[in-house]
Design a protein around this ligand. Structure first.
Ligand code: FAD
Ligand code: DHB
Length: 400
């Protein structure tokens, strides 16, 4: 019986999400050989909806790689957000507050574009790579073992990148003695929909309502993206289209404004979690994106954090090849230093805007809700508070 197929590359990237695909482009443009191993099919990858807001730094990185033409064509530049509470909507003007904007451009479109550009460049991407195992990253011969349609493959490489998301294998391949993880879950989830209807707002609306959080986002001038706070154990089958629109109308409603409804083409429920691993480095294995940290979606930081990681990591890998290993040695600390600020912001936005139905009694629930309204009044009225929110929402620098 013949053994595994033996192959060699420079960088083995596990996962073809935004982190893995973007890192692949950074390496491709510098002529560094790499292979991306993706567990799912191309169709599955292209079908996932997920995030929608790109920070200025993310847009700038994609532009520096020449990957922004679709984004320039179809992305929507947004000049701020609305915060809504007690039936009133308040605009935060980002250019006025911090001189920056954000771009609404779906993760689905971004992944499609990054993948199309890889295919045009002839990149080495393996779909349906099964049973990926990280090997020898603390020794002299790192590699990855997996199965594809040829059978077992032993891929030798210089470095392994774990860009395989929260449920991936790379983080789990660290010995427990080498890593601590910090995690919290929230007593609510997001029900998200895509609807074929022109958005009823220019900028995104984040609303605290007594019945729960709601948000109005968009994907294009013809497609709206909306979210509702629901209980974490709720089934999507209990949410008919009519019930969803009803809840959105109630929670997003303000006098003199109407929310236009249209056919719902996608709906799903996402749990909310904060999670950080204590290290993103283990020998020649480096973690990036959701593999190393997760935020609750309020504030739109998940995708942007993945891109911030690979901006640092990509440069560090190129520097090492040019003889300077310091960036790679510092990668984990640098990325986590930014990440903890992002964690704090995401948790703060989440707790300020969601209703805490889990508080033990009506008095505690009332106290919590009223203090959130107090906080929102402060944020919308204080210039310093508006600037702080805008600075973090538009995105902290990738490198301090
Ligand atoms: P991922 O996009 O998760 O990519 C990881 C890839 O690795 C996947 O393609 C996966 O199939 C692959 N993989 C996993 N295991 C293996 C393995 N063993 N072998 C090979 N490949 C593997 N963020 C926001 O900011 N706003 C949102 O509204 C929002 N909504 C979300 C909804 C959902 C359902 C989820 C799961 C996330 C959402 N996020 C949102 C977060 C955001 O989408 C992520 O932060 C972002 O996708 C991170 O990119 P990534 O490349 O690190 O990981
Ligand atoms: C979207 C998602 C977010 O988490 C967010 O804060 C803003 C927008 C979106 O999917 O459009």
């Amino acid at each position: 019986m013949s053994g595994p197929v033996q192959e060699t590359t420079g960088v083995a990237i596990v996962g073809a999400g935004p982190a893995g695909l973007t890192l692949g482009h950074i390496l491709a443009q510098a002529g560094v050989p790499f292979r991306i191993l993706e567990a799912t099919t191309r169709e599955h990858l292209l079908g996932r909806v997920r995030a929608g807001v790109l920070e200025q730094g993310t847009v700038d990185l994609l532009a520096s790689l020449g990957l922004d033409d679709d984004l320039r064509r179809r992305g929507l530049t947004h000049h701020g957000i609305y915060l809504q509470y007690e039936g009133e909507r308040h605009h935060l003007d980002f250019p006025e507050l911090v001189g920056r904007t954000v771009t609404v451009y779906g993760q689905q479109a971004l992944v499609a574009h990054l993948l199309a550009e890889h295919e045009r460049a002839g990149s080495d991407i393996v779909f349906e790579a099964a049973d990926v195992q990280v090997r020898g990253v603390t020794g002299s011969s790192p590699g990855v073992r997996y199965r594809d349609d040829r059978g077992e493959v032993e891929l030798a490489c210089d470095v392994v990148i774990g860009a395989d998301g929260y449920h991936g294998v790379c983080r789990r391949s660290l010995p427990p003695s080498e890593q601590v993880t910090w995690e919290r879950t929230y007593p609510y989830a997001w029900l998200g929909i895509l609807a074929e209807v022109e958005p009823s707002t220019d900028d995104l609306v984040y609303a605290l309502h007594r019945e729960g959080f709601a948000m109005h986002s968009m994907r294009s001038r013809q497609v709206s993206r909306l979210y509702l706070q629901v209980a974490p154990d709720e089934s999507i089958d209990d949410w008919s289209d009519a019930r969803i629109w009803d809840a959105l109308q109630t929670r997003l409603g303000v006098d003199g404004w109407t929310l236009a409804e249209g056919p719902i083409t996608e709906k799903s429920i996402t749990p909310m979690r904060s999670f950080v691993a204590s290290t993103l480095a283990h020998g020649r294995l480096f973690l990036a994106g959701d593999a190393g940290h997760i935020v609750p979606p309020t504030g739109a930081k998940g995708l942007n954090s993945a891109i911030a990681d690979v901006a640092l990591l990509g440069q560090a890998l190129l520097d090492e090849r040019a003889g300077d290993p310091t960036g790679l040695a510092r990668y984990s600390d640098q990325a986590l230093s930014r990440q903890w600020k992002v964690q704090q912001f995401s948790q703060w936005m989440t707790e300020m805007l969601h209703v805490h139905h889990d508080e033990p009694d009506a008095s505690a629930r009332g106290f919590r809700y009223r203090s959130q309204v107090g906080q929102l009044e402060y944020v919308t009225r204080s210039l310093a508070a508006r600037q702080s929110l805008a600075e973090q929402y538009a995105g902290l620098p990738f490198r301090e």
